[in-house]
Design a protein around this ligand. Structure first.
Ligand code: PRP
Length: 214
């Protein structure tokens, strides 16, 4: 039997996804050890392999077939734009992609002024402003703590993930526009979906029954 390989986005998402997998009998005890430096985990009995990767790399592993299945946020899928099948919304890690900034940026957005937009997600930001709003902006790529940008004058607004809204609030910023809702998704390599259809379809169907409801 060929191994089915899972790539999980490191962090909270991986933990929640593993808990979901446990409910359908897919377990990997080794992976729960937080001190381990091991990168890949095998369940010989079930014929599954698991590895943790940086969220932005998960779609890459899946597109190239180094992983058959990936668990990753919709934000990363939209940003990376890889060729793969998105098969399930896991209804976890729910949040929103938003345009955020100080109150004063509202008018600038409204009048389509040439503003600067800072984001960890330049492709999402570009698609939103250029294709959905037909608004020309300058996009500045950052790698984290994006909320800093409007505070220190690097950009007028940001495009970023908002979960509770606490980070924005504590920094005197707010949501100005909503780009799209986000959540964790399961993705599948296009060739694996054909070659391992039976096993992968079973995983999808079993998961459907245990995905948390709203
Ligand atoms: C994310 C996001 C926001 C924050 C939103 O950052 O970029 O900063 O969480 O959450 P909240 O609405 O509940 O406050 P993350 O912690 O991933 O780190 P980052 O700043 O490095 O992107």
């Amino acid at each position: 039997m060929r191994y089915i390989t899972f790539a999980l986005a490191k962090g909270r998402l991986a933990k929640n996804a593993l808990a979901l997998f446990e409910q359908i009998g897919i377990t990997c005890e080794e992976m729960k050890d937080e001190k381990t430096r091991k990168l890949i985990f095998v369940n010989e009995e079930l014929g599954f392999k698991f590895f943790l990767a940086k969220p932005t790399d998960v779609p890459t592993y899946v597109e190239y077939g180094a992983a058959d299945i990936g668990i990753v946020g919709k934000d990363t899928l939209l940003e990376e734009g890889r060729e793969l099948y998105e098969v399930l919304d896991l209804n976890m890690g729910k949040c929103r992609m938003c345009v955020a900034g100080p109150e004063s940026a509202k008018e600038k957005l409204k009048h389509h002024e040439l503003i600067r937009v800072a984001s960890k997600y330049p492709n999402i930001a570009k698609d939103y402003f250029y294709n959905q709003k037909n608004q020309t902006v300058e996009i500045i790529k950052l790698n984290g703590s994006v909320e800093l940008a409007p505070i220190v004058g690097l950009a007028e607004v940001i495009v970023d993930i908002v979960e509770t809204g606490a980070t924005l609030k504590e920094n005197g910023l707010g949501v100005l526009e909503e780009v799209c809702p986000l959540s964790a998704r399961m993705v599948v390599n296009q060739v694996s979906m054909k070659m391992e259809n039976e096993r992968i379809s079973k995983i999808i169907n079993d998961l459907r029954a245990v995905i948390p409801k709203d």
